[in-house]
Ligand binder design. Structure first.
Ligand SMILES: [Mg+2]
Length: 190
């Protein structure tokens, strides 16, 4: 039995790319066409060059809606279910604030995700260590770097905001669920 760890946003959720990204589209709906993405930063303030107060208003109004309506990766659902059936454990660690636990649990259940534990915590490396995870998959380079640095293999799910991560920050890059499945099968499911 192995314990596999996954991030939620950008890993289980299929947010879409570039102009089709659900966050970007909601930004345009909220602020109008005048708002432009100025960088690929993970941080919305930097990505859209907007003041904190605008971002806070935007998130207060839209976060819950996005969390409940974002589509999942179908392959992720199938693969997590398969891992569970084979007796492995699934640990989800999200940086979403605890206040979004309810909407997150409902989304996971509505989409038929199998998992054993759901943590809401920004500081993922100590939890990953404590849970003795075999591997963790995340799209945020800081999390991947931190988790790798405590000795747990960490896969970086490629996104526009993490393209400049250097090779020593992650164990491997993956750009889709097929690559995640291949990696895990190859190393753990022989
Ligand atoms: Mg993420």
């Amino acid at each position: 039995m192995y314990k596999f760890g996954f991030d939620i946003d950008g890993v289980l959720t299929n947010e879409g790319d570039n102009d089709n990204n659900i966050w970007h589209k909601t930004f345009i709906d909220h602020f109008g066409d005048k708002v432009k993405k100025v960088s690929d930063s993970y941080d919305f303030r930097e990505a859209y060059n907007l003041p904190d107060s605008d971002i806070i208003d935007f998130l207060n109004e839209n976060k819950e809606k996005i969390f409940s309506s974002v589509p999942p990766y179908q392959e992720a659902i199938e693969f997590l279910n398969r891992l569970k059936e084979q007796g492995h454990k699934i640990i989800l660690i999200t940086a979403r604030h605890e206040e979004f636990r309810d909407v997150t649990e409902k989304w996971l259940s509505r989409n038929n995700f199998s998992y054993d534990k759901l943590y809401h915590d920004e500081n993922k490396a100590p939890l990953a260590l404590n849970e003795n995870l075999e591997i963790f998959v995340d799209d945020h380079r800081d999390n991947v770097r931190d988790i790798k640095s405590v000795g747990i293999p960490a896969l970086l799910f490629t996104r526009s905001h993490n393209l400049n991560a250097s090779e020593d920050e992650y164990t491997a890059r993956v750009s889709n669920w097929q690559e995640i499945k291949d990696y895990i099968k190859n190393y753990y499911l022989r």
